[in-house]
Every structure is written in structure tokens, then in C-alpha cells.
Design a binder for this molecule. Structure first.
Ligand SMILES: Cc1cc2nc3c(=O)[nH]c(=O)nc-3n(C[C@H](O)[C@H](O)[C@H](O)COP(=O)(O)OP(=O)(O)OC[C@H]3O[C@@H](n4cnc5c(N)ncnc54)[C@H](O)[C@@H]3O)c2cc1C
Length: 308
């Protein structure tokens, strides 16, 4: 392996990392995928995906990931549990520092995705996991027949709020503007859903509760300035995402929000280092674009290694 542990290390086993592993594995590179949680990434918390081509009725996130994982495993790709915390990537041998080891590779693909952005209001941290959540698929059953507040206006906020209505009595979706950003088909479904009410032009300013968990969510109308408490047992927050790229900060070019900048072959400004999927500055953060990025990155890694 030319003095390194692997030809290629892929950081992150979400859709981008899985697609990169599939292409690199079939090219017979020695490949390691490092994943700090369970392989699958964000689609593990997605109830139903209906915009990934090839599944006419849609597919659940966990089922799609199981298929991706089984497909990758056919091609001798190693998948290990581990979190990359820092790196030295300036030379031809890339060093990735984990909590308990250092791994070397000739090329690296960063496919670490994003994490949910927080609201940053009082009560949010205190009640995280005790009424405050970012995962409807994980937590909706705990709120059976309850009233909950959701926050956001994009695809994820609407899709997940609609999913919540299968369990809860009522969802108040708080959105800071007077129109939603979400795709039209989701807006149409939301409009037809009696259990979903949108609270326009408003933000959440506080999450209140007691020792048992959340009891009310304070909502302020941005046009009138009026604030009121909505009695609720849960608050689901979907107000955007932040890149999981802290370990790479200072090592490569990033945009103002910390997303990694790549060219159209997924190359960063550091030779042999690539970024794919949601962690890069891409105009669309979806499974279909993440897997495409992974494939493009892995295929360019092959050219890079050939020319080394
Ligand atoms: C609730 C929800 C619903 C969605 N619905 C849809 C949908 O219907 N259709 C659609 O196309 N997309 C949907 N998406 C978006 C889609 O899930 C993402 O675009 C896609 O998962 C991005 O893939 P990725 O591989 O770039 O990142 P991720 O899926 O985020 O995977 C990144 C992986 O990297 C790991 N990781 C992070 N940091 C490190 C580190 N330092 N070391 C090691 N591992 C690390 C993470 O644990 C994670 O497993 C949804 C997302 C959410 C949250």
C-alpha cells in the first residue's frame, strides 16, 4: 500500500460515503470507511424517501441504507467505527487522527454530512431529549395524542411535521416568514392536513417546562411583536444545518458557514483530499446529490492515485 495503511479513507458512512466506497471498492482500491455512529447517516432518521429514483412507491430510509451497505460489502470495503478529530493532510501521506489511533492514506474523501442547527433559545438545551427533538422518526411515538410545536419552513420541517401528525393530536408549525420554502407537493399535503397548523411570521423565543419535560413554547409574531405561550409537550426543531467539518477547519478552503469548497470533481484545494455530499458547498442537500458526489469523488481519486 505504498507506505500507507490504505489507498483511500472515506470519513462518514452516509449516502455520499457509501457511494464513494462502492466505486472505490469496485476499482479494487484498499478502502476504509470510518463512521462515528451507525452506518447510514441522516437517512437512518428519515421515515420515507420518495424522491430517490428507482423506488416507484418510495422506500424507508433504513431500508435504503441497508441496501447500500449490503452492496458496498460485496466489494471488500472495510468499515470501521471511529471518529476523526483532526488531520495532517499537507503532504502526500494523509494522516487522520481518531480518538484512539492515527490512520494513514494516500487519499481522503470527507463525507461527514451536517448536523441540525439549534434555535439558541432558553430551554432548548435543558429539554433536549426531554421534549425537544430533531428526529420525528425516532421520537414521534413518545408524543401520541399530544400537542407539539415544530419550527422551520423547508422540506425537512414540512415532511417531518406531516409525519408527526400520524401520532400527535396537533402540530403547530412555526415559520418566520409568510410563505414556506418547501417543495410544492409538501405544501399541498400540509394544506390538506387538519392536524397541521402553520403559525406564520413567527419565531420561538423560549421553551418552558418543569421537571417532567416541556410544557409550553413561547412564540412571538415578528410583525405585531406579540408573544404567546402554546401549551405543548414537545418542540421539534428543523431550522437548517451546519457542516460536520470542525476537524478539517484551517486545513482547506471553506465557505463562510464552514462548508467545504470543492470543484466539480469534488476536489478540495488540497491535492488528494475530496469532499462529497452535504458537508460541501452544494446547492442541493439530498440523497441523490450525495451519492452522485461520492461517485464523482471516488472516480477522481483513481486518477489522482494513478498519477501520483
Ligand atoms: C429528517 C430528514 C429527512 C430527509 N428526507 C430526505 C428525503 O426525503 N430525500 C432526500 O433525498 N434526502 C432527504 N434528507 C437529506 C439526506 O438525508 C441527506 O442529504 C443525505 O443523508 C446526505 O448524505 P451525506 O452522506 O452527505 O451525509 P450524512 O447522511 O449526514 O452522513 C454523514 C455521516 O458521517 C458521520 N460523521 C460525521 N462526522 C464524522 C467524523 N468526524 N468521523 C467519522 N464519521 C463522521 C455521521 O455520523 C454520518 O453517519 C433528509 C434529511 C433529514 C435529516
Amino acid at each position: 500500500m505504498n507506505g500507507t495503511d490504505y489507498d483511500l479513507v472515506i470519513i462518514g458512512a452516509g449516502p455520499a460515503g457509501m457511494a464513494a466506497a462502492l466505486y472505490a471498492g469496485r476499482a479494487r482500491l484498499s478502502v476504509l470507511v470510518l463512521e462515528k455512529a451507525a452506518p447510514g447517516g441522516q437517512i437512518l432518521v428519515t421515515d420515507w424517501i420518495e424522491n430517490y429514483p428507482g423506488f416507484s412507491e418510495g422506500i424507508s430510509g433504513p431500508d435504503l441504507m441497508e441496501q447500500m451497505l449490503a452492496q458496498v460489502k460485496r466489494f471488500d470495503v472495510e468499515i470501521k467505527s471511529g471518529e476523526v478529530v483532526s488531520m495532517d493532510i499537507s503532504g502526500p501521506v494523509k494522516q487522520l487522527v481518531l480518538l484512539d489511533a492515527t490512520i494513514t492514506a494516500r487519499a481522503v474523501i470527507i463525507a461527514t454530512g451536517t448536523s441540525f442547527r439549534k434555535l439558541g433559545v432558553p430551554g432548548e438545551n435543558r429539554y433536549l431529549g426531554r421534549g425537544v427533538s430533531t428526529c420525528a422518526t425516532c421520537d414521534a411515538p413518545f408524543f401520541k395524542d399530544s400537542i407539539v410545536v415544530a419550527v422551520g419552513g423547508g422540506d425537512t420541517a414540512l415532511q417531518e411535521s406531516i409525519y408527526l401528525t400520524r401520532f400527535v393530536k396537533k402540530v403547530y408549525l412555526v415559520h418566520r416568514r409568510d410563505q414556506l420554502r418547501a417543495v410544492k407537493i409538501l405544501q399541498e399535503r400540509a394544506a390538506l392536513n387538519d392536524k397541521l397548523e402553520i403559525v406564520w411570521d413567527s419565531t420561538v423565543t423560549e421553551i418552558k417546562g418543569g421537571s417532567e419535560g416541556v410544557e409550553a413554547v413561547t412564540v412571538k409574531n415578528l410583525k405585531t411583536g406579540e408573544a404567546a405561550d402554546i401549551p405543548a409537550e414537545g418542540c421539534f426543531v428543523w431550522v437548517g444545518s451546519l457542516p460536520n467539518a470542525g476537524f478539517a477547519a484551517g486545513h482547506m478552503e471553506m465557505d463562510g458557514q464552514g462548508f467545504i469548497i470543492t470543484d466539480d470533481r469534488m476536489r478540495t484545494n488540497i491535492p488528494g483530499v475530496y469532499a462529497a455530499g452535504d458537508v460541501r458547498n452544494t446547492p442541493l442537500r439530498q440523497v441523490v446529490t450525495a451519492v452522485a458526489d461520492g461517485a464523482v469523488a471516488a472516480s477522481d481519486v483513481m486518477h489522482y492515485l494513478d498519477n501520483m
